[in-house]
Ligand binder design. Structure first.
Ligand code: ADP
Ligand code: MG
Length: 729
């Protein structure tokens, strides 16, 4: 029988206390070291001649290309800045469709033509690198003879210094494209969507505020995660390989008492958090909020919001940092959406809004009643965009792991609906009813002037909603905890861009009929409110009644990833991607293909891991116990006890045998289903077999394993139990 569980428990109980303290708590104030590892505006100013600095800034602000000469100057400044801080290497840092970040390190060191060792880093190296991209998923965008991928510098996200032990690397945020310039990463489509949204939003904003010259998208994410002790983690092959527990009887206490939520943070976890925050601050990630979450061993971290491009990079960087920092504290961070059955999973709320260069949040009602038509415009257009493309938004958060939240009995559900709160709900209903005469515009503006109270009213929240208006931003709650925020943000930006373009046209058409602009805007908004009303839902998204009601309303309910992903390649979405230039037809299909493939591979790996767990841990442990029970029966009989006295042992022997034989049978079936799935040519068909057959067999297997865990002698159970994973630290 495996000893790993008992060794792990011993390890934890004997951990030296100094592992529970923060290792590098700086004595200074955060403001004194915030951003020291970022090649930010201040560093640029310090390390570059003024003229070059100004032209870089101007180019970044205008989203324009930099000349080669300027790139050379930037590269020289970066090199000097980084080397003064001990960097030896630079890396293009990018976000391929694997979902993880990737980096290829090159040394500054090189040999000059006369063989002398020098350090070099020029505009060429800054602007472009050629990692051997043949192993990054491209969904058939590249043929094998043209496997090269290129990374290209994204000047809108600042370079940073990444420290691993004593090693320091200058990391340059980049995009990854194929030889012919097609996207192979999350960043290029995101950047395109930001620009599409800006182009569409500007003419609309200018109706209200002619001075606005830039519209940016803002994102504030909230990252949920679990922490477990490293020794326990290593004694669970499923956690190690798949990031979640594939079997495990629920602990007799989970989150029922709700005693973990916002509870006091355990000392060891607190030390981890402080070290993580210090690293974040050094890297310019503005984290602010930390607290316990609902699940035992679950926590949350949130920063101040930033421009979406930088916020996405920061979240990716954070996930990497979390992992490294947890290891230093002999902990492991679990970013999987559902590490444990029976307790809450982890999500990553994406708070999304738009702002102007004049400092206005376009989703903030604001204090000036006259400006509230602007708020109403962006508010209603967001609702309309989500109404129109709800399926695509759902698809953007689809993954094998997120299916455990969205497709299962957990909030938020797979049905996309919007919660706006009673105040806004009532205002929309009143607007819908009114006329659009000049008088009416006044009435509506008057109504809207009462909204600012809303921001203060935090009680009016609906935690079960997948997409909620929270005072001055919309919060996408469907995003998975391990996911790259770029996917849902790209979709949200794109559908909003598309919607605003239509809005502009619709209003212009109304004006041509002689209406003044405010009346024209109100007429169009009223139409949208009426049309999109079905997506508004204020009730409990978790309930069976809502599922039925949503079906009556005709809302999509795609519980599984293979079904949900289809929205990426519908005619409607392809048209949208083309108009907003976010994806070409081929790119959209490639992305779809990559996601389907990832889904199938994930389940394949889980299924293989489960099979091993059953064969190597569960069944051997159960057999040992069964043998002891059988010996007990023989000895009892020999000692002259009658049948009656043997009832427990006999029943248990039978129950064990029944479970083991059923598992044996299910493993065979699972094997067969996997083989059949793998043989399928078409990615979606393959994914469907994994989804509707392999996964089903996996959960049936789990039931038997969990029943065995319940009855088998604790000493014979070699796999770390839920109660240990959740409560030992
Ligand atoms: P919650 O109750 O959901 O935790 P908070 O008020 O703590 O809500 O805010 C959550 C997140 O919303 C934070 O990351 C914050 O930075 C972000 N946020 C606030 N305003 C905006 C905005 N205008 N755009 C994007 N995100 C925002
Ligand atoms: Mg939130």
């Amino acid at each position: 029988m495996s000893q790993s569980r008992f060794n792990a428990i011993d390890t934890i109980l004997n951990r030296p206390v100094d592992e529970f303290t923060a290792y590098g708590m700086p004595s200074e104030k955060i403001s004194e070291f915030y951003g020291v590892n970022v090649f930010n505006d201040e560093a640029m100013q310090q390390y570059m001649p003024e003229e070059a600095y100004l032209s870089v800034k101007a180019a970044i602000q205008a989203g324009a290309n930099l000349s080669r000469e300027v790139a050379d100057v930037v590269a020289g400044a970066m090199k000097q800045w980084a080397m003064e801080r001990g960097a030896t290497h630079y890396a293009h840092w990018f976000q391929p469709w694997t979902g993880k970040t990737a980096e290829k390190h090159d040394s500054f060191f090189t040999l000059s033509s006369n063989g002398k060792a020098i350090e070099e880093f020029g505009g060429n190296e800054l602007a472009q690198q050629e990692p051997d991209g043949s192993s990054f998923p491209g969904g058939g965008l590249r043929s094998t003879f043209e496997a090269r991928g290129y990374t290209a510098w994204d000047p809108s996200s600042p370079a940073f210094l990444f420290e691993v032990g004593e090693g320091k690397t200058l990391c340059i945020p980049t995009i990854l494209v194929t030889y012919s310039g097609q996207a192979m990463d999350f960043k290029l489509p995101l950047l395109k969507s930001i620009s599409a949204l800006e182009v569409a939003a500007l003419p609309v904003v200018r109706w209200f505020d002619p001075q606005v010259s830039r519209v940016t998208v803002t994102l504030g994410w909230e990252q949920e995660y679990f922490l477990v002790d490293e020794a326990l983690f290593n004694a669970r092959p499923d956690l190690m390989i798949t990031g979640r527990t594939l079997i495990g009887k629920l602990a007799t206490k989970g989150q029922e008492l709700e005693d973990h939520y916002f509870g006091s943070i355990p000392e060891r976890v607190f030390a981890f958090m402080r070290d993580l925050e210090t690293e974040c601050h050094r890297l310019g990630i503005p984290v602010r909020t930390r607290h316990n979450e609902v699940g035992p061993g679950q926590y949350e971290l949130a920063p101040m919001f930033e421009e979406v491009n930088v916020a996405v990079d920061h979240n990716q960087l954070l996930m990497d940092l979390m992992d490294r920092m947890a290891r230093r504290h002999h902990l492991r961070v679990l970013l999987h959406e559902k590490p444990f059955a029976g307790v809450n999973g982890s999500g990553k709320h994406n708070n999304w809004s738009m702002g102007t260069n004049t400092g206005k949040n376009l989703l903030s009602p604001g204090a000036q009643p006259g400006k509230n038509l602007r708020f109403l415009t962006f508010f209603v257009n967001t609702i309309m965009a989500v109404y129109d493309h709800a399926d695509l938004l759902r698809a953007s958060v689809a993954s094998a792991s997120n299916d455990h939240r969205l497709g299962a009995n957990e909030a938020p559900p797979a049905i996309v609906s919007i919660f706006i709160g009673t105040v806004m709900y009532n205002i929309l209903r009143q607007i819908e009813k009114g006329e659009t005469t000049k008088e009416d515009v006044k009435v509506v503006l008057n109504l809207l002037s009462k909204i600012p109270d809303l921001e203060k009213d935090n009680t009016d929240r609906n935690r079960t909603s997948p997409f909620a208006f929270t005072g001055n931003k919309f919060e996408v709650r469907m995003v998975g905890s391990h996911q790259n925020c770029a996917a849902p943000m790209t979709v949200l930006n794109a559908i909003m861009a598309d919607q605003l373009q239509r809005f502009h046209k619709d209003v212009t058409r109304q004006q041509e009929t002689g209406k003044d602009r405010d009346a024209a805007i109100l007429t169009v908004l009223k139409g949208y409110i009426r049309k999109s009303r079905h997506i508004l839902f204020e009730g409990d998204n978790y309930s069976q009644a809502w599922e039925e009601e949503a079906a009556r309303r005709g809302l999509g309910n795609y519980k599984t990833t293979p079904e949900a992903l289809e929205a990426y390649v519908t005619r409607k979405s392809i048209r949208l991607f083309k108009d907003t230039k976010v994806f070409t037809d081929r790119e959209a299909h490639a992305f779809h293909e990559v996601q389907l493939h990832k889904y199938s591979t994930t389940i394949e790996i889980e299924s293989n891991t489960l099979e091993e767990l059953c064969l190597n841990y569960v069944i051997p442990g159960a057999l040992d116990y069964q043998t002891r029970l059988a010996q007990n029966i023989v000895q009892m009989k020999e000692a002259g006890f009658d049948k009656h006295d043997l009832t427990f042992s006999r029943d248990m022997v039978k129950r064990i045998a029944k479970n083991i034989n059923a598992m044996h049978d299910l493993i065979g079936q699972m094997h067969e289903a996997r083989t059949r799935a793998r043989a399928l040519e078409e990615s979606k068909e393959m994914a469907l077999v994994y989804c509707h057959e392999v996964k089903v067999l996996m959960s049936r297997l789990r039931q038997h394993a969990d029943d065995l865990e319940l009855i088998v002698d604790d000493r014979e159970w070699g796999l770390v139990k839920y109660r240990e994973l959740m409560y030992l630290r």
